[in-house]
Write a new protein. Structure first.
Length: 90
């Protein structure tokens, strides 16, 4: 949400102070007081307090779902190739 004062500043979705950046999970603007840093990973990411309550300060489940989204079509293609090899193989 923008401030409405013409400055274009975003306000924190929790406390309405000036936001420092978006939450790494829900992408809502958050200030430094209303976020926690993630645990582990290659870098540190800010998670808003609401997302932290729902799933903890870890974004690994997001990477796991991305990996599954990437692997399922590849496994389906591999299965189709193996099926065709069995049907038309010599």
């Amino acid at each position: 949400m923008t401030s409405g004062d013409g400055g274009g500043f975003e306000h924190c979705a929790i406390c309405h102070a000036t936001a420092a950046g978006p939450c790494a999970r829900c992408k809502k603007p958050t200030c430094g007081d209303c976020c926690v840093l993630t645990e582990g990973g290659a870098g540190q990411w800010a998670i808003c307090l609401n997302c932290n309550k729902r799933g903890g300060a870890n974004i690994n489940p997001a990477w796991l779902s991305f990996g599954m989204w990437l692997m399922l079509p590849l496994l389906a293609i591999l299965g189709a190739i193996l099926l065709l090899a069995m049907v038309f193989g010599k």
